[in-house]
Design a protein around this ligand. Structure first.
Ligand code: NAD
Ligand code: GLY
Length: 396
């Protein structure tokens, strides 16, 4: 059992995240367009955050010139926002095509990915064609992977319309599809040119999806920023009520922290793994229940409770910290307990699924744990202890 990496929490707190913004702790009115920079040399790009951005042609002004754009969206999001995006892109691109994918995590696979390639080829799209991912993390991850591989790489823009996608999946260049044997197992690191977080799109988000997004917001507190965790405790009701100023702050601070981490470790050689707090258990839940049964954020919510409990049992955090996190997860409307994946040997099934995790090395599962408030580490844990945690934290 060895400690692998630790998050340099103090540096992050000192810098205030990637933008080193002096406004990091201040909630600005939602109408102010806020920008967080992802600094990755020639792969740098801005994340813009405000209501109404999606439908505004000026949002896309700085993108490189091209003849064609392809909007990739799904059956739920297309009727809500595809026309507005198409109109905003029309002044810039001579051709704006759209491909509408089936909705759902269970469609994040080769067959659906191929629909994007079909559309690109049917429309004769060249290597300057810009792909626009309009939707949640599923659309974003698949569009990014398609952009990474079509003609060995075409530009793409993330237009995330879920809270989860605005605070996490649209940022940082991880793209992927699922395999029946493991979540996000096939993919590429490929950065977008721009991320457009239009806060107005969150108005139409189902409440269950809002809660799922809050899981990825909450994670940034325990791993990196206890001030932010305190802010979330104060503003959870406002976030659930979709208060725009609160949402703008949550999206900006989450993006700042993610941008800072990705700026240090774009391809997850070490540090970036801390962003997977709660995900080792969560991915096992998603795969074990069948993709789509539990939302990604729901798996992360219950997974963070399990990871905090493992941290507590390893003596890394005290009872009060684990209880505080659990309360926040509960207030966000997320499940606290994992499902039973196998009535005969539930812990064994979790362990089997977690060994497929990308962080696993030579069959040894490596967990993102909390190593004191606001600080994460990645390390292995004895199977017997993990079994105890699963038994204690699962329903039934
Ligand atoms: P999702 O993409 O399935 O979207 C959730 C649901 O909300 C879908 O039914 C979608 O059609 C609908 N929807 C989207 N925007 C809407 C809107 N504005 N109004 C109404 N409905 C809307 O799920 P998600 O939670 O956005 O993303 C989860 C996915 O993201 C998972 O596949 C996960 O693995 C991935 N992910 C990737 C990263 C990364 O770094 N690439 C990080 C976290 C999660
Ligand atoms: N969502 C985890 C990461 O981007 O690394």
């Amino acid at each position: 059992m060895s400690t692998v990496i630790t998050s340099p929490n103090s540096a992050l707190q000192r810098d205030g995240g990637a933008s080193a913004s002096s406004t990091s702790s201040i909630s600005l009115p939602a109408s102010v367009v806020q920008t967080v920079a992802i600094n990755l040399a020639d792969r740098s790009y801005p994340i813009t955050i405000a209501p109404g951005l999606l439908a505004t042609p000026a949002t896309y002004a700085a993108l490189p010139k091209a003849t064609a754009a392809l909007i990739v969206t799904n059956t739920t999001v297309a009727p809500l926002y595809a026309d507005a995006l198409r109109s905003a892109l029309a002044p810039k691109y001579a051709q704006v095509h759209t491909v509408v994918l089936p909705d759902g995590e269970e469609h994040k696979n080769w067959q659906t990915l191929n629909l994007i390639f079909d559309a690109l080829l049917q429309h004769g799209c060249d290597r300057k064609t810009v792909l626009f991912a309009l939707g949640g993390g599923v659309v974003g991850d698949m569009t990014g992977f398609a952009a990474a591989s079509y003609m060995r790489g075409v530009p793409f823009v993330q237009v995330p319309t879920t809270l989860l996608a605005q605070v996490d999946s649209s940022v940082g260049g991880k793209t992927a599809i699922n395999h029946p044997l493991g979540k996000n197992m096939i993919g590429a690191f490929y950065q977008p040119q721009l991320v457009v977080c239009d806060l107005s799109t969150l108005d139409t988000l189902p409440v269950r999806e809002l809660s799922a997004g809050l899981a990825e917001v909450i994670k940034y507190g325990p791993i990196a920023d206890m001030d932010f965790m305190g802010w979330l405790e104060e503003h959870m009701d406002a976030l659930l009520a979709r208060d725009r100023t609160a949402l703008a702050h949550a999206v900006r601070r989450s993006c700042e922290i993610k941008a800072w981490v990705v700026g240090q470790d774009e391809r997850e050689a070490g540090l970036r793994a801390i962003l997977n707090f709660g995900h080792t258990f969560g991915h096992a839940i998603e795969a074990g229940m069948g993709y789509g049964a539990w939302l990604h954020g729901e798996g992360v919510g219950a997974g963070m409770v399990m990871a905090a409990e493992l941290s507590r049992r390893l003596g890394l955090v005290d009872d009060a910290f684990a209880a505080r996190l659990k309360t926040l997860v509960q207030r966000a409307g997320l499940p606290l307990r994992g499902p039973v994946l196998d009535a005969a040997d539930n812990a064994g099934r979790y362990l089997e699924l977690m060994r497929v995790d990308k962080k696993a090395e030579a069959g040894e599962i490596r967990f993102v744990l909390i190593d004191g408030p606001g600080r994460a580490c990645v390390r292995a844990a004895p199977d017997a202890l993990v079994r105890e945690v699963i038994d204690a934290c699962c329903a039934g």
